[in-house]
Design a protein around this ligand. Sequence first.
Ligand SMILES: *Cc1c(COP(=O)(O)O)cnc(C)c1O
Length: 394
Amino acid sequence: MSQHRLYMGAPSPSGHFGDFGGRFVPEALMPACLELEVAFVDAWSDPEFVQEYRSVLHDFGGRPTPITYLARLSERIGVEVFAKREDLAHTGSHKINNVIGQTLLTRRMGKHRVIAETGAGQHGVATATAAARLGLECTVYMGELDTQRQALNVFRMELLGSKVVPVTSGSRTLKDAVNEAMREWVTCVEDTHYCLGSVMGPHPFPWMVREFQSIIGHEASEQLSERGVGVPDLVVACVGGGSNAAGVFAGFANTSARLVGVEAAGGAAVSNGSPGVLHGMKSMLIQDEHGQIEEAHSISAGLDYPGIGPEHSYLAAEGRAQYVGIGDEDVLDALQLLSQLEGIIPALESAHAVAWIVQEAGRDIPRGSTVLLNLSGRGDKDVAQVREILRGRS
Ligand SMILES: *Cc1c(COP(=O)(O)O)cnc(C)c1O
């Protein structure tokens, strides 16, 4: 019977995907979460809102993004790889899909300001971009350490008219920025929406963000049909919080396609983690035996999150999707391989998915399989870092 189950529908009324998800927030945040849920359900069932979301993504966001057959890579590894080109979306990744949805919703709720957390700065830049476009005020919380490591993204956000607040608590990185943004949201919920960057946090965020990202999977499914490829054997995406993976999986969850999420080996929440509660959700987390959250380590700041969205924990528990880890060295090799064989410099995050495909072609991925690779973003943001690492080697 299991093949007749429907996956990636709405969560339960309490926001659960199986045992995972929920809404673990202080009492003061409950009204904001409930208001958001009602507003999202109302907007997403309103054809006018959906049309507006699609047309902003079309006229401004660079959608639809193409699918590119990776001929030389395919020939090299013996499996047929098609890339969904989120690297060509505005601001260079899939993040624009989510922030356009949430900023339009902000305006619809009658609020004039957004706040956001950011790690490497990609979600912060995307939010600042959407806020500028729609005329919203924007404040971005960013770990102080990350503001130093990603100084250019801080400048981009400021250039776009946003304010960046360095967060000095804890490890001064992404998880502290989320804590701070949630704390701040309590004090300003009347006029401010918290634009969360991935399929995580309290209900309805994991569901809402997946819905805004599902345009990736629905487009890809249509594009592959039009080309006569049909349903691919495999859909592969990198996983930080899990939004680009959830988005592309949504187009294929109820088909025969095998779904694989690739985490950074140093932050593999599904393989190395255990269930726990963080940032308002129950999910798989990297934590010690006392429930203390451990630092995630990855060459790519975008995968440096010690948890994973609750729906992914559910898909893993159900066996509908599989999650694997890839180490930094393989990622660097894959980034160079894709650049040299295909003329596409992928983001370090996306290179995790490439690396797993290259590693498993002819092994876990049978020869001749068709694979849809979600190329979540472009590598321009990473070239300085990659150059330093490669220089240090020679
Ligand atoms: C932020 C980011 C990711 C990780 O976030 P998810 O929510 O897991 O998609 C992956 N790739 C790129 C290019 C990113 O910017």
